[in-house]
Design a protein around this ligand. Sequence first.
Ligand SMILES: CC(C)(COP(=O)(O)OP(=O)(O)OC[C@H]1O[C@@H](n2cnc3c(N)ncnc32)[C@H](O)[C@@H]1OP(=O)(O)O)[C@@H](O)C(=O)NCCC(=O)NCCS
Length: 196
Amino acid sequence: MIRRAHPSDAPAIHALIHRYSGKDLLLPRPLADIYERIRDFWVAVEGGQVVGCAALRIWWHDLAEVRSLAVAPEAAGRGYGAKLVDAVAAEATRFGVRNLFALTRIPEWFARNGFEPVDRAVLYHKVWGDCASCPKRNACDEVAVVRPLVPGAADRLLSPDPRVTARVAHVVPPRAPGMAERPGLPVLPVFVHEER
Ligand SMILES: CC(C)(COP(=O)(O)OP(=O)(O)OC[C@H]1O[C@@H](n2cnc3c(N)ncnc32)[C@H](O)[C@@H]1OP(=O)(O)O)[C@@H](O)C(=O)NCCC(=O)NCCS
């Protein structure tokens, strides 16, 4: 069964995420953060146990992220991963968001679930919101993938408008507090947001 998460699911979600964050497949999330964001989460439940989770994060009017997607190895291959992504996609659609993206090390799995690779730079809200302060930002091994939630919605991301790309600003992301200065930081290309 796939359902919205309840606050009482937070410890199980936390434990599930941490099974994979130790393997560098997911970013760790503090338990308090999961409680705070519990309304973003969906869970897969089997035999009364939480065996899967996924969260929706809305970044902009037409851009949302599926994150913290995890299914316990003992429940793998039963379609929970796909159903969790579908639940998150349906929720995004309900809010009028037209594109769902992920940053992932398993783009093949996402390709089976309606996602296409996209240049990470076009996800400028994510790049500035999270990537700029990520310790791995200059050695990121994740692939950006996007799933249009209505036909054609991702065209702007998959083939950026030349008028927008012409206004690409090359900026060095701000250093996270406490992050040591490192010489020769590559520059992240970031698209200037085009207001509608
Ligand atoms: C990715 C994950 C959520 C899939 O969950 P799941 O419930 O097993 O997924 P589904 O049942 O919907 O899909 C299973 C299918 O995907 C395939 N699959 C699993 N991992 C895959 C991968 N890395 N690449 C390609 N296909 C993969 C399986 O072989 C299976 O194929 P089949 O249906 O032909 O037998 C789960 O393996 C997981 O939690 N992984 C670790 C955490 C992670 O990487 N999360 C994504 C972070 S962005």
